[in-house]
Design a protein around this ligand. Structure first.
Ligand code: SF4
Length: 300
């Protein structure tokens, strides 16, 4: 099959747009979409200091490389931060990749551990409270630590590797759990606040599969290791469901995310508290939407 843009052999088929692309045109399309997403949501400005949440998985590594490439045209500073949850047989491998990628690109890298901030590794937390799903602890603590870590390294924005699949999953999960108020806060406007570091998601319109293809084409090291707790997650059920829908009805993930973007202003008007309206947790002094924050509640 030939590339839809030139006479070279195609190596990728994108069912949602019925396009076949060769390596050169796939990379070009990918880079163009990355930059367009940043422009569309005004994610970056000259002089920004960006903390990149680098787990060492394919999405965050691709994010790091693409932002590094963008630095040639837009002057901004970048530092990578990794949260080590303390998950045996999983985090050490991806942490190793994260370190190597930062060395290759010459990017400063800081690691923050659950143990030092929450007093325990995720494995210990899971052992202590087997009734609770590890992901519910992990999500809250990681979010808290990423925000705190980004502030500690002097960043004014936090870039995370959420891709189109992640965003579509989050939208569906919030709907299935009947949590429209949470959905309203999901895509926070980029407002700086002393406590809350705004998050940007430059890959939010890029399908997960395409991140993997891009990583392979660019020679970015990938570790196919999955978190041992992943099967507990509600997200994993929604991921499976969405992948089946995408297979039968290509473009489903884009449609879900686009529908969310259409209604997010209305949702925010009804339920949302923006970062500038957030209060402060009386226990730890971090940003909180109401009283004691989730992190302190979990730790106590
Ligand atoms: Fe944390 Fe759950 Fe993700 Fe594992 S699958 S890293 S426990 S949120």
């Amino acid at each position: 099959m030939k590339c839809s843009q030139c006479k070279n052999n195609a190596i990728v088929f994108l069912p949602y747009s019925s396009k076949h692309l060769c390596e050169q045109h796939f990379i070009r399309m990918f880079d163009k979409r990355f930059r367009k997403t940043i422009r569309l949501f005004s994610m970056l400005r000259k002089g920004d200091r960006i903390a990149v949440g680098l787990s060492g998985g394919k999405d965050s590594c691709v994010l790091l490389h693409s932002l590094h490439q963008l630095q040639k045209d837009l002057p901004f500073e970048m530092i990578a931060i990794t949260i080590d949850e303390g998950i045996k047989g999983y985090r050490a491998k991806t942490l190793d990749i994260a370190k190597k990628q930062c060395e290759i690109l010459g990017i400063e890298h800081r690691v923050f551990t659950f143990k030092e901030v929450a007093g325990k590794t995720l494995d210990q937390i899971e052992k202590d409270d087997e009734d609770k799903l590890p992901c519910s602890f992990c999500g809250v603590i990681r979010r808290y630590m990423l925000n705190k870590g980004a502030r500690e390294v002097g960043a004014n924005k936090l870039a995370i590797g959420h891709n189109l699949d992640d965003v579509a999953q989050t939208v569906l999960m919030n709907i299935m759990r009947n949590e429209p108020a949470r959905l309203a806060r999901f895509n926070e406007p980029i407002v700086s606040d002393k406590k809350f570091i705004p998050r940007i998601k430059p890959l939010m319109l890029t399908p997960e599969k395409e991140n993997a293809i891009y990583a392979m084409m660019k020679g970015i090291e990938l570790e196919r290791v999955e978190c041992p707790y992943a099967h507990f997650a509600f997200r994993s059920h929604v991921r499976k469901m969405l992948n089946e829908s995408e297979e039968r009805y290509p473009g489903t993930k884009f449609k879900i995310v686009n529908s969310f973007l259409e209604i997010e202003d209305a949702l925010r008007n009804k339920y949302g508290k923006t970062a500038s309206e957030l209060g402060v947790c009386p226990t730890c002094g971090e940003a909180s939407s109401k009283g004691i924050c989730m992190f302190c509640k979990m730790i106590s």
